[in-house]
Write a protein that binds this ligand. Structure first.
Ligand code: 13P
Ligand code: SF4
Length: 324
């Protein structure tokens, strides 16, 4: 058996990353679900809408996306002339995977006359089949921007789509995709936690099932949930029904707050009940400081896109960015 030996990483990874970033004139854009050390070293930390805006706005020749693959792809679509890299190419997304382009093309063809609204958690090929993109920050505004007499397909997240349909009072044709992390939050276990902490404020991401959202005081994108904490009482107790990476920023804005993770359904390895690790997005958590360092050093793995496909995918993203 051949054993491949990799050169060891520097002892001070943070300093080495900072130096490479300077040499490469790179910007590091990270999502709130990244591990704390990556959030701390990033130039920008935000939700998927902010990440897209920063990618569109920066003039840096190298953009490092510490998020999942569709986020890096969106950055590349908006910055085709730049180098876009991702520390671990395998950082996928169950929502994006739930809508293969060929099947989605057939779905759209089966609903003639429908406007196609696609959550950014989707591949470039699916975006290219869409009229307008959205994130959880602006999904309600995007759907509301479409004339009421116009039928709408919403893809790929059925839970976000169902929530947007209720917020806008519009029937939406939903693609039946879901997030493997958020769909596991348990309404029953959440009710139990709320009973134990009667004064707690519950925050939930709209990728959660409707029964969980019905128990939440605030429903919104990661940025919206963070804003709710920043605007809330200093010493409140918060129950967080989204990926726990965001709690790093919540503790920053409310150091005296108490943050409890909403319980998730048991995985096979946890038959007794919910466990906090079940809430972690295994894709987001693929990135590490070491992979980030290697990625800056090698300028790889790179996101490469067919220019024609990128041009078609760019249009619905730009329409979304114009809405806000
Ligand atoms: P946000 O746009 O709220 O950051 O959500 C992205 C995501 O992947 C949630 O699971
Ligand atoms: Fe995709 Fe869910 Fe992970 Fe978000 S939390 S990146 S939707 S798998």
């Amino acid at each position: 058996m051949v054993v491949l030996r990799r050169d060891p990483p520097p002892v001070d990874l943070v300093a080495a990353i900072a130096e490479l970033r300077r040499q490469r004139q790179a910007v590091i854009i990270a999502h709130y679900y990244q591990e704390a050390a990556i959030q701390d070293i990033a130039d920008f930390v935000g939700d998927s809408l902010q990440m897209a805006r920063w990618a569109a706005a920066t003039a840096a020749p190298v953009i490092v996306v510490c998020g999942v693959h569709f986020m890096a792809e969106t950055a590349k679509i908006l910055a085709m002339d730049r180098i876009v890299v991702i520390p671990d190419r395998e950082a996928g997304c169950s929502l994006a995977d739930s809508a293969p382009a060929e099947a989605f093309r057939d779905f759209v063809a089966a609903h003639p006359g429908h406007r196609v609204v696609t959550y950014v958690n989707s591949s470039a090929a699916v975006k290219a089949l869409s009229d307008i993109c959205c994130t959880s920050s602006n999904a309600v505004a995007v759907v509301a921007s479409i004339p009421r007499d116009q039928p709408v397909i919403f893809a790929p997240d059925r839970y976000l789509g169902d929530w947007v349909a209720r917020q806008t009072g519009r029937p939406l044709v939903l693609w039946q995709g879901s997030c493997e992390v958020h769909e596991r939050f348990s309404a029953e276990a959440l009710r139990g936690l709320q009973r134990q902490h009667p004064g707690a404020i519950t925050l939930a991401h709209p990728e959660c099932p409707a029964a969980v959202l019905a128990l939440a005081d605030v429903v919104g994108s990661t940025r919206r949930l963070l804003e709710a904490v920043a605007q809330g009482p200093e010493r409140a107790t918060w129950i967080v029904a989204t990926e726990p990476g965001i709690v790093h920023q919540m503790r920053r804005v409310r150091p005296q707050g108490t943050f409890l993770l909403a319980p998730a359904e048991a995985r096979n390895d946890s038959p007794q009940g919910g466990c906090s690790h079940c809430n972690e997005c295994p894709h987001m958590k693929r990135h590490t400081l070491e992979k980030l360092w290697r990625c800056l050093r090698d300028l790889a793995p790179r996101i490469e896109l067919d220019p024609e496909l990128a041009a078609r995918a760019r249009l619905p993203i730009e329409r979304m960015l114009a809405i806000g």
